[in-house]
Design a protein around this ligand. Structure first.
Ligand code: ADP
Ligand code: MG
Length: 623
């Protein structure tokens, strides 16, 4: 059934149930007891019929839900003449679906906000005039006018003296940031200052915001597994209910007691408490710049014990600087840089960007590379003019040229290394400094504080480099010179120790992200493959988002479990009271209604989880 029709049917059922209950009460007060019974029954029957259809449909799919208890209690109440109780249950059941859409909508609000802000058009400068164009027509190089309050529709750079941007939808940072001429603007940020011009660098579909929107949409359609978990327990609950109801009837000889038990056992909105809490947690996390792609990853995130971190771009900020070029043999340092940079134009790797940038800064002439072959996370090879050039990790270059490469003599602390071979000969090393992200030691301590007991580094870089960079960090192990499939093997091996989270940024990390219980990708931009493979995306390229992400996941899961345990526990107490005759069916129905509302309100508390870590001074997001 299409959703709209489904919604309308639900409204119709709710109105029927409400009308039946209300008119029955009026008739009752008017002394028309028989007519009242008729009105109540009339309100119940359509709801019960719809419910039975629903049950048959889910049974045919092999699903046993708590809906069965609701159907049992309504039919038993009708059968034994407890029509008022039946009417209350019917109202509760049809109202439950409403409560569901209300609570879900509330819980998803923060995520939906991201989607509803997507601009459809942009204002472009053209021949001294302005024109309004659909986003698809906007190309790199175009100059756009971003008015105050506008959302930047594509990625670009500031072409004005300055700009103030509010990136809170992307990062959760409420303070607007100031950008100067030439600074990068992430699409999805809002212009919080005066109008400015934006030079487009990426088409809309390749921009940050489009990536985020795709991810959010995918996350929204995922199902909550805890809802299924509630269904799994529902068989047990169903059994217990039927046993208590039958025993009460048997021992007292009074079928009304069985009806009372069934009515108390009808936990319609209770089933909703779990998804509400989890979706609220996802929404809350999005507020902190952490996109959790569904309830299942959220649950997994709450239980992580082992953390595997990638180095370049994850633990380090992925903006390496060249600190030295060490030529070998007859080639000059400038020639090594020019050839390597020509080749690196074909790669999106952070080191490639740094090398190309440095060469441009020194006004080197770059050629277009031909026949390029890239091994993600290892390096690349291709033709530059007449030269066969290889650039990458020492191991990769050695394998390509079929000869061992001597160690670099210069090893600055906190550096990374790119070996360059020209025409089959090692021609030099480019030594790069790639600093740790600010606040990393505090972040690792914080992660241990929330229950992560083992933290391991996995890098494609060399051991010596990895050790130098991570000096002073509390790591349990360092694994270096790993290819993408060795990263997967490492994740699988470490997984033996407990639920595992892998954090990475590159295309080369994508398989390992998929292999982990929770794969976390850094930033939605750039290496889209890792963001697609991941279960969690840190929308800002900043590792410190990890801690609030874990804390919120733990909080939401705790609230979900709390809701289930408290709700079911109270229901069972009520059932026992009903079995011993302390509750009439009508009282039971009202009691259960109160429990359900309380439990759902409790679940919505997940919207207000405030991670303790936000107080940690672990560096602000870069701008
Ligand atoms: P990490 O696993 O720490 O994130 P990467 O897997 O991204 O690091 O890269 C590992 C090593 O592979 C780098 O230190 C570098 O030597 C080499 N490498 C990977 N890609 C390139 C490239 N495009 N150009 C040069 N070297 C590269
Ligand atoms: Mg990396």
């Amino acid at each position: 059934m299409p959703q709209a029709l489904h919604d309308r049917l639900n409204v119709a059922l709710l109105i029927t149930a409400l009308a039946g209950l209300a008119s029955g009460l009026v008739l009752m007060l008017a002394g028309q007891a028989q007519l009242a019974t008729l009105a109540w029954s009339a309100g119940v029957i359509p709801v019960l019929a719809a419910l039975l259809v629903e049950i048959v449909r889910s049974l045919s799919k092999g699903e046993v839900g708590l809906d069965i208890v609701a159907a049992l209690s309504m039919s038993a109440a009708l059968f034994f003449g407890e029509t008022l109780a039946a009417a209350v249950v019917a109202l509760m059941y049809s109202g439950g679906t409403f409560l569901e859409s209300f609570a879900e909508g509330r819980a998803r609000r923060e995520m939906t906000d991201l989607l509803s802000r997507v601009p459809r058009t942009a204002t472009r400068h053209r021949n001294g005039a302005l024109e309004e164009k659909p986003l698809d027509d906007i190309l790199p190089g175009d100059l756009l006018l971003i008015r105050q309050g506008d959302v930047a529709p594509v990625d670009g750079t500031v072409q004005s003296q300055r700009a103030m941007l509010d990136q809170s939808a992307l990062t959760g940072e409420s303070m607007p940031v100031r950008l100067d001429d030439g600074d990068e603007v992430m699409s999805g940020s809002t212009n919080a200052g005066d109008a400015f011009d934006l030079r487009v660098t990426r088409r809309a579909t390749e921009s940050t915001y489009a990536g985020i929107v795709r991810l959010v949409e995918a996350a929204q359609t995922s199902k909550a597994p805890m809802a299924r978990l509630a269904d799994r327990y529902s068989l047990l609950f169903l059994g217990v209910t039927v046993v208590i109801a039958t025993a009460a009837w048997w021992l007292s000889g009074d079928p009304i007691r069985a009806v009372a038990v069934l009515v108390v056992a009808t936990p319609c909105p209770l089933i909703l408490a779990v998804p509400v809490a989890l979706v609220a947690g996802m929404s809350r996390a999005a507020h902190y710049g952490v996109l959790i792609k569904g309830a299942k990853p959220l649950e997994a995130l709450a239980r992580i014990k082992v953390l595997v971190l990638d180095k370049t771009g994850t633990l380090t900020d992925g903006r390496p600087q060249i600190v030295a070029i060490e030529p070998l043999g007859a080639v000059t340092a400038d020639a090594v840089l020019a050839l390597a940079a020509s080749l690196e134009q074909a790669s999106k790797h952070p080191m490639a960007r740094a090398i190309v940038g440095a060469a441009r800064a020194r006004s080197a002439v770059l050629e277009i590379p031909q026949q390029v072959l890239e091994m993600p996370g290892e390096g690349l090879a291709g033709m530059v003019g007449r030269h066969q050039v290889v650039a990458g990790s020492a191991g990769f270059v050695a394998a390509r040229i079929g000869a061992a490469t001597p160690e670099s003599q210069i090893m600055a602390v906190g550096s990374a290394l790119v070996a360059v071979a020209i025409d089959g000969q090692l021609a030099g090393h480019i030594v790069m400094a790639d600093a740790l992200r600010a606040g990393t030691p505090g972040l690792l301590a914080g992660l241990r504080g929330v229950g992560i007991s083992r933290i391991v580094l996995a890098t494609g870089d060399r051991q010596a480099v990895a050790e130098a960079v991570t000096q002073g960090l509390e790591l349990d192990a360092i694994h270096a010179e790993l290819t993408p499939d060795q990263k997967v093997a490492l994740v699988l091996a470490e997984r033996e120790r407990g639920p595992i989270m892998m954090v990475g940024d590159g295309v080369n990390d994508a398989p390992a992200l998929a292999a982990a219980d929770v794969g976390v990708a850094m930033g939605a931009r750039g290496a889209a493959a890792s963001a697609e493979a991941a279960d969690v995306v840190l929308l800002v390229d900043h590792l410190n988002r990890l801690l609030p992400g874990v804390e919120i996941a733990q909080g939401a899961r705790r609230i979900a479990l709390e809701s289930v345990v408290a709700g079911i526990g109270l229901s069972v107490l009520g059932m026992i009271a009903a079995a011993f005759g302390y509750l009439t069916p009508v009282q039971g129905a009202l009691l259960q209604e109160a429990i359900d509302v309380a439990v759902i309100l409790n679940a919505l508390r997940a919207l207000r989880i405030t991670p303790r870590s936000s107080a940690l001074p672990i560096g602000e997001p870069r701008t």
